[in-house]
Write a protein that binds this ligand. Structure first.
Ligand code: HEC
Length: 164
């Protein structure tokens, strides 16, 4: 019995260690709801990166006819282009600051997206008065962990598949 218990403790430690301690499941789920309610009118949540690249680079967005970059593309670029990943807790604040600024004052000169992706779109309408700072924090948590964290969500995608 003792061995079974210690094996169980060991295994849960192994599985738990895949999740960064900054990940907050409740906040993630709240953020996902905000995304579904306030962003999905234009942004798809997730699509495979190779398919997206084919759509934007080869097919001029005629394959998928997207209205905006997808959630997982934004997730990837947000973590890559904003601040530094050295300290995840601080990084989450940095991506949140970017999101808050972009959602209230969108401007294509601030874009984090690839030129080959963003050229298909006009600037996003401001969400001033349509989303609170608290909801932005929630959606930031969701977007941060949407792409590239194994075990956090259903959409795990290997980060080695670098977007160039
Ligand atoms: C009415 C359509 C619409 C809605 C609603 C909308 N967006 Fe967007 N969004 C766009 C378009 C179009 C773009 C691409 C142009 C741009 O970047 O401004 C975009 C771009 C973005 C970008 C990338 C900015 C950049 O260029 O680097 C982020 C981040 C973003 N949206 C977040 C959100 C979030 C979060 C929500 C919901 C709270 C949301 N958007 C709601 C249309 C929308």
């Amino acid at each position: 019995m003792k061995t079974i218990v210690s094996l169980f403790v060991f295994l849960s430690a192994v599985f738990a260690s895949e999740l960064p301690e900054e990940f907050d499941k409740l906040l993630y789920e709240k953020g996902e709801k905000v995304f579904e309610k306030k962003c999905m009118e234009c942004h798809e949540k997730y699509m495979d990166i190779p398919l997206l690249m084919k759509n934007f680079i080869e097919e001029n967005n005629k394959l998928l006819n997207l209205k905006a970059p997808t959630g997982n593309e934004i997730s990837f670029r947000l973590k890559q282009q904003i601040g530094s990943r050295d300290d995840m807790e601080f990084h989450l604040h940095q991506t949140n600051d970017f999101l808050k600024d972009y959602l209230y004052n969108p401007d294509l000169s601030k874009t984090i997206c690839l030129e080959g992706v963003i050229r298909h779109f006009k600037v996003m309408p401001s969400m001033k008065g349509k989303i609170t700072e608290e909801e932005i924090e929630e959606v930031n948590h969701f977007l941060y962990f949407l792409e590239g964290f194994n075990g956090v969500n259903n959409y795990f995608h290997k980060e080695e598949l670098e977007l160039k």
